[in-house]
Every structure is written in C-alpha cells, then in structure tokens.
Ligand binder design. Structure first.
Ligand code: HEC
Length: 159
C-alpha cells in the first residue's frame, strides 16, 4: 500500500518529502492543556473553513467578498481573550511552530490587500498556494497531545 501511494505520488509529479503515508508517526509532540489544544484545533478548522469560502467567492470573481473573508482572519481581528490565549501559547509553543504559524495570519492579511487593491484571482491563488506550504510543513512536523482534561474552562475561545 505504501509503495502504491509512493508510485501514484511520483507518477503525478507530486514529490513532497513531507508526505509520509502509512509510516510511523515521528512528528514532534507538543504537550498542552486540553483547553489550549482545543483552541489551536478550532483555529485550524477555521482556517479550512475560511479557505473554502475564499475559493468559492474567488471562482465568482467577487474580490470584495474575498477581502472581507480574508480580513476576518487577520491578527488584528482577534478578540481580547484570543490575544490572551495567544500570549500564553507563545511561551509554550516551540519556536519552529511559531515561525510556521505567523505567516499564515499574515497570508490572510495579504489576501485581503491583494483582493481590495485590484489584484487578480491568479495572484490570490498563488499567494494561497505558496502560503499553504506552511500548513503542510507544520502538519508534517508537529502533533499536539493534551496533558490534562480541563474541560470546565470555556471551550470556544476563538471565533
Ligand atoms: C504552525 C503549525 C501549523 C500550521 C501553520 C497549520 N497547522 Fe493545522 N494543525 C497543526 C497541528 C499541530 C495540528 C494537530 C495535529 C495532530 O495533533 O495530529 C493541526 C490540525 C489541523 C486540523 C485538524 C483540526 C481538528 O479539529 O482536529 C486542520 C483541519 C488543520 N490543521 C488545517 C490547517 C490549515 C488549512 C492550515 C493552513 C492554512 C494549517 N492547518 C496550518 C499545526 C499547524
């Protein structure tokens, strides 16, 4: 199975060292409190949802909508509790993780800028595609484990 997947990847020219299928999970485990893990995963799900929405409005050439959706994800749009959580996490998350994460928030800001300043759909796709290498790289490198179960804390701190 592993070989078949490798052949398919090579056949289609998708040569990515970060794609490991069926192998042992050698990713670096980040230990966090359960509420912190929930916070990050919720943020992740929001990324997918935002990108999906951007792709739909992009296919309709609705640049205003692209800008609006992208902007809702930029750093300046974080609430106070979200900013607090980010500060706590900044002390806990490995530097390598943070280096990969920062450009994602910047990416949404950039997408909003491109869309609202007459940029083309191609430019948006290119920025999105390039920046999403960080999603792939980080997922290939890190996983998160929850240390304790502090479920009594508010679960939804983000969006
Ligand atoms: C800096 C690191 C990093 C970046 C950048 C990153 N992720 Fe993640 N993401 C993670 C980690 C760590 C997990 C948890 C994986 C695990 O524990 O197995 C995760 C999990 C997810 C999940 C699963 C959420 C759940 O509820 O289980 C989704 C979906 C996801 N990421 C989407 C994205 C998308 C889309 C991007 C880019 C726009 C992205 N991520 C960028 C680190 C990152």
């Amino acid at each position: 199975m592993k070989n078949i997947v490798a052949i398919v990847l090579i056949t289609f020219g998708v040569l990515s060292v970060s794609v490991v299928v069926g192998g042992a999970d050698n990713r670096i485990k980040i230990n966090l409190a359960a509420s912190e893990k929930d916070f990050i995963l919720e943020e992740m799900r929001h990324y997918v949802s935002t990108i999906q929405q951007i792709l739909v409005v992009l296919s309709e050439d609705d640049m205003q909508a692209v800008a609006k959706i992208a902007k809702s994800n930029s750093l300046e749009n974080l609430s106070i509790s979200e900013k607090k959580m980010k500060k706590v996490l900044a002390k806990k998350l490995p530097k390598g993780f943070q280096r990969l994460e920062k450009p994602i928030h910047k990416m949404f800001g950039n997408l909003a800028k491109i869309a609202s300043s007459g940029g083309s759909a191609k430019q948006i796709q290119k920025t999105l595609g390039n920046s999403m290498q960080n999603c792939v790289a980080c997922h290939a490198t890190y996983s998160i484990t929850a240390l304790n179960s502090d479920k009594l804390k508010p679960k939804s701190l983000l969006w």
